[in-house]
Design a protein around this ligand. Structure first.
Ligand code: OXT
Ligand code: ADP
Ligand code: MG
Length: 568
């Protein structure tokens, strides 16, 4: 053996970088600081793209949506206690939405943390993270870095995807070991998300139920978009002739203008269907838990395709559970359908088409209005045309009215192009998603943001300018949350839902060298967005919206609690 002094050595810093690269994880979203500043520098020098944010929550949201878009875990890197906690909201969001993500946080010294002796940024991060993510691991020895990262990757992407926490104490980075031993300790994860084939019986059962349907419906959720089984899903829909309803982030999986799309007849298909095939969509609040008024009083049979067996019967009985990955399950259904398949009764499909055409016709004139100040429909009519002309652009959307109306008005034409607030209806995803969408796809990004929603991540416009990303932000500025007109009758403070009147968000963009535009009419908005999309320059358009135009909580006002005691 070579004498100690001549042996080639490596350390924790390099082993983490090597382990990430070995597994194709080539992008990190984070915020630097003790103990990970040098790690970020070294990772950048080693060819990993390291994007520095202004707040860890936004870096975390970026990592979460990178996971959704790529099926690889998005990586978020933070410092200890406060940085970790800032990132943790996004990790919990990733877990809730079934997006694969790994939050890597530096942490303080175990000996001091465990005796609670008051270390710099002391916190038992592993314990805090555990209940909020799918799995949490800590690596104490350099020789375990390879295995630690492998476990994190597998936990994030296999089965139902989710968030994983990886705790790296400061001391680990500087630990030195023999370079050859270090190389051998790394693990390239093979088949990180193995196909999970459905049981043949479950396929037969599902097809039997589907064959007996008079008014069948397919609901596509964001799990179906995530699965990237686009061709198989399209074949299933078209071969079966069954109308489909896309959940928000599944819009575009098949085009919204597809003749079988029932998006514009939502209430009709939920109420009147008799058999519902759920593909990667949960029967949670967004689907009224599969029961109650929105589902009508016709008896329903649910077939559900999901990779998570525990999802079955979560809210109502699932008569035909199909457990497996969506690609394998849909392929098996297609094979089982054989050559000929009886299309659903024309009575059903024409009833849906009628309702859809009515709703579309009702909306059409509102989208053409050229009102000043703009209302939501006038402004969204313009954006809808822009997305139709640029179908590969990515649309990011958050707010209340800004979210709910944009979801209905802006048709999507390609899979995974609509990214929004997801399962929690969370405000603050906007700028993090915009950065990751631009970085991961190289496509132009249009972020349609309520003025409140934007405020949760607004400082990241600096990040967008710094990396010169092709992001156009349109702020629907109605002076507040839901509306800009509330008045506080009890004192001088402004009402809780209103902001500074007539604020000029466009000037924030100019502060960092981006393009800022104030648009007061649909025509101005159209010109400004097209210019931004053509130039690819970071742009923020302050779209002035009538402060009276919105409604309380958008389309979900019914969720606000009411008290019998409330004064009339
Ligand atoms: O069939 P019917 O007749 O019923 O018609 C339906 C469709 O068929 C039809 N339709 C169409 N018609 C014609 N043409 C087309 N193309 C078409 N497509 C559809 O339209 C209707 C409606 O269809 P839709 O939308 O599909 O169906 P519906 O009934 O709405 O669906 C139900 C849901 C539940 C699936 C849907 O509503 C949904 O997905 N909702 C998501 C809602 C959501 O997540 N909201 C965000 C949270 S709200 C609130 O919590 C806010 N906060 C608090 C807060 C949050 N969230 N987070 C954090 C960290 N802190 C605090 C805050 C602070 S919102 C908010 C800020 C708001 O202010 P902003 O300034 O940002 O925004 P503004 O409101 O603009 O001021
Ligand atoms: P939406 O909000 O669009 O209705 P949800 O987030 O509620 O969608 O549901 C997504 C579902 O998709 C989750 O239950 C998740 O387990 C499932 N899922 C995610 N990826 C896959 C996959 N590759 N195969 C099968 N199911 C998946
Ligand atoms: Mg608003």
């Amino acid at each position: 053996a070579a004498p100690e002094a001549e042996r080639e050595l490596t350390d924790g810093f390099n082993l983490i970088i090597d382990a990430l690269k070995l597994n194709g994880l080539d992008t990190i979203y984070g915020v630097p600081g003790i103990p990970i500043t040098d790690f970020g520098r070294m990772a950048q020098a080693a060819g990993i793209r390291v994007l520095s944010f202004r707040h860890e929550q936004n870096a975390g949201y970026a990592a979460s949506i990178a996971g959704f878009l790529t099926k690889k875990p998005g990586i978020c890197l933070t410092v200890s206690a406060p940085g970790f906690l800032n990132g943790l909201t996004a990790l919990a969001h990733a877990t809730t939405n079934c997006f694969p993500m790994i939050l890597i946080s530096g942490s303080s010294e175990r000996e001091i943390v465990d005796l609670q002796q008051g270390d710099y940024e002391e916190m038992d991060q592993l314990a805090v993270a555990k209940p909020l993510c799918k799995a949490a691991f800590r690596v104490l020895h350099a020789q375990d870095i390879g295995i630690g990262l492998a476990r994190a990757i597998r936990a994030a992407v296999s089965g139902r995807p989710g968030g994983v926490y990886l705790d790296l104490p400061a001391k680990l980075f500087g630990q030195v070991m023999d370079a050859e031993e270090g190389r051998k300790s790394l693990v390239k994860v093979i088949d990180a998300a193995p196909a999970q084939l459905p049981a043949p019986d479950s396929i037969k059962r599902a097809l039997d139920v589907l064959k007996g349907a008079k008014r069948p419906l397919i609901i596509l959720g964001k799990g179906a978009a995530y699965a990237q089984a686009d061709d198989e899903i399209r074949q299933l829909v078209e071969k079966s002739g069954i109308p489909f309803l896309p959940m928000s982030m599944a819009k575009g999986l098949l085009p919204d203008l597809h003749p079988q799309c029932a998006g514009a007849a939502r209430s009709t298909v939920l109420k009147d269907s008799d058999v519902v095939l759920l593909i990667g969509a949960r029967l949670n609040w967004l689907l009224s838990h599969g029961k109650g008024k929105s589902w009508g009083d016709q008896p329903k049979k649910f077939i559900q395709i999901d990779i998570e067996p525990k999802e079955m019967d979560s809210n109502v009985e699932i008569v035909a559970p199909v457990v497996g990955d969506i690609g394998s399950c849909v392929s098996a259904l297609l094979a089982g359908m054989g050559g000929a398949w009886q299309a659903p009764p024309a009575e059903w499909t024409t009833a849906i088409a009628k309702k859809r055409d009515e709703n579309v016709a009702k909306m059409a004139p509102r989208l053409m209005n050229n009102n000043v100040p703009m209302d939501y429909h006038g402004a969204l009519g313009v954006l809808r045309t822009i997305i139709a002309e640029r179908p590969d652009a990515i649309l990011i959307n958050e707010g209340a009215n800004t979210l709910d109306l944009a979801r209905g008005v802006i048709d999507m034409h390609q899979p995974r192009k609509r990214l929004d607030v997801g399962t929690w209806g969370v405000m603050g995803i906007g700028m993090g998603y915009a950065v990751a969408a631009a970085v991961e796809t190289g496509k132009p990004v249009l972020a349609v943001e309520g003025d409140s929603a934007f405020g949760f991540s607004g400082m990241e416009v600096e990040t967008i300018c710094r990396y010169n990303l092709p992001v156009c932000i349109v702020i629907f500025n109605n002076n507040g949350i839901y509306r800009g007109t509330d008045v506080n009758v009890a004192g001088d403070d402004p009402a809780t839902t209103v902001f500074v009147k007539d604020a000029r968000y466009d000037r924030m963009m100019e502060a960092f060298g981006g393009v800022g535009v104030n648009a007061i009419s649909p025509d101005e908005l159209k010109r400004a967005v097209n210019a931004a999309m053509d130039s690819g320059k970071p742009t923020l358009i302050n779209a002035v919206i009538d402060p009276t135009a919105g409604s309380e909580s958008g389309r979900i006002g019914n969720l606000n609690p009411q008290s019998a005691l409330k004064k009339k």
